[in-house]
Ligand binder design. Structure first.
Ligand code: NIG
Ligand code: FE
Length: 427
């Protein structure tokens, strides 16, 4: 099909939120009374409607937005959506006062999700992940980072990365895979120092080379924390991954301060996530290294932890992104805009910072800022359409979902929240 047949013309946009201050007014680069023309999978025009092309080689599909808002497709830069089972028992235990670390140490936590995930077939895992990706897309999300990490042995971790690949073929949103073999120590590795070492050896010598050879992941992540991996263990995995050409991400300073964010900065990681316990010194190191700080307010809320203060990140000059951390144990949510709203309310991001955190800065946390996360000619045609007139409304009504549709790679999709709630046989 010639590219012109696929062109899409969005007109009557009340406010185009380009997320590029060079393209419009204010920190969000807003353009009023705007239009966007997409050809193939690219934006070819984005700006005032009065300046939009008037003649076309072939008539494009035209959608009149009736004064509503268009933003870049939202980007969820940190999720764990490939898993089976739930963590309702852990949740109830935590509500009774038990800590996340105590529950994990007793074989609950990540390990209980590992048991349920290992027992599920590929098809079940693909279906579960697909539905979670659809729920994210219903909020305007067009790119989703997805981690492995509930397999914890060579075959299972590779299987989960294959599941991500298969799910990606079915979802509207693009899935960006991350290898997280060092998410938690499997039971058999917990009994001795030698067992720990043997597991890290298998991550470094067996899993990573196959992940790279089979091109199953773009990033390698490690959970460095109390009850997970020590700093020296994390360093081994991250250095090996870097040597093999993977980009790095680190779950850092969530439950305790370990020095993981300084390690992320030292190794030039693309992002460091959580950071509830990061020091100002850590934040300055991240800023100097150009490592993006990914805040995960869902996990802080659900674990009843504190929310890191935005002014510390701002003062240090660190770029702030926000993600759902969608996982069954610490952040069971698909509502990315709500996460940005919690970051605004509890961490003190401005509304503009909250919106940039799930667009432009989330793209930066995935190294995709050259073609995603903001709107201008030449960028990928990934957009979100919202039924509201003022961008501040996107982070205003608690729990609302004003998303009316998304444009993914130049194609329009209706993604009403109601659609994802339909009852399907066997679900
Ligand atoms: O990002 N922190 C480590 N990983 C997840 C938790 C996963 C789980 O508890 O299942 C997180 O919060
Ligand atoms: Fe996480």
């Amino acid at each position: 099909m010639p590219a012109s047949k696929r062109s899409l013309f969005l007109t009557g946009i009340g406010t185009l939120v380009t997320c590029d201050p060079e393209r419009g007014s204010g920190p969000l680069g807003e353009v009023h009374d705007a239009a966007v023309l997409c050809e193939g999978d690219r934006v070819v025009f984005a700006g005032p409607q009065s300046e939009a092309p008037r003649t076309f080689s072939e008539e494009p599909l035209t959608l009149d937005l009736d004064g509503h808002i268009v933003t870049p497709g939202l980007i969820d830069c940190h999720t764990h959506i490939v898993y089976a089972g739930d963590r309702l028992d852990d949740y109830e235990a935590r509500l009774r006062g038990e800590s996340y670390t105590t529950i994990s140490g007793a074989g609950g936590g990540i390990l209980s999700t590992v048991r349920a995930t290992r027992a599920a077939s590929d098809e079940v895992l693909v279906n579960l992940a697909e539905r979670r990706a659809e729920r994210l897309a219903a909020h305007g999300v067009t790119t989703i980072e997805v981690k492995s990490g509930y397999g914890l042995d060579v075959d299972q971790e590779l299987r989960l990365l294959e599941v991500i690949k298969r799910t990606d073929r079915r979802t509207i949103a693009d899935l960006v895979p991350t290898f997280l073999g060092a998410h938690s120590l499997p039971v058999e590795a917990r009994r001795s120092e030698a067992g720990r070492r043997a597991y890290i050896d298998s991550v470094v010598h067996e899993m990573l080379p196959q992940v790279v050879e089979r091109k199953l992941a773009r990033f390698c992540d490690v959970f460095i924390d109390d009850g997970a991996f020590r700093l020296d263990e994390g360093r081994r995995v991250l250095e090996a991954a870097k040597d093999l050409g993977l980009s790095l991400k680190v779950h850092a300073e969530q439950i305790t301060h370990t020095g993981a964010s300084a390690l992320a900065a030292e190794l030039g990681a693309v992002s460091a996530e959580h950071l509830e316990k990061a020091t100002d010194h850590d934040l300055r190191a991240l800023a100097t290294a150009g490592t993006v700080a990914v805040l995960l307010p869902g996990a802080a809320l659900f674990l009843r932890d504190w929310h890191p203060r935005a002014e510390r990140f701002r003062d240090a000059g660190v770029v702030m992104a926000v993600a759902t951390d969608f996982n069954p144990g610490t952040s069971p949510t698909a509502h990315l805009p709500l996460m940005a709203q919690i970051a605004v309310l509890h961490s003190g991001l401005t509304l503009e910072e909250g919106l940039l955190a799930i667009t432009r800065h989330a793209a930066q946390a995935l190294g995709l800022q050259a073609e995603r996360g903001s709107i201008r000619a030449g960028m990928k045609a990934d957009l979100a359409l919202f039924r509201c007139k003022d961008p501040r409304e996107l982070l205003y009504e608690i729990g609302a979902n004003p998303c009316a549709g998304i444009v993914k790679s130049g194609r329009y999709h209706r993604v009403e929240a109601a659609r994802t709630a339909r009852i399907r046989p066997g679900s």
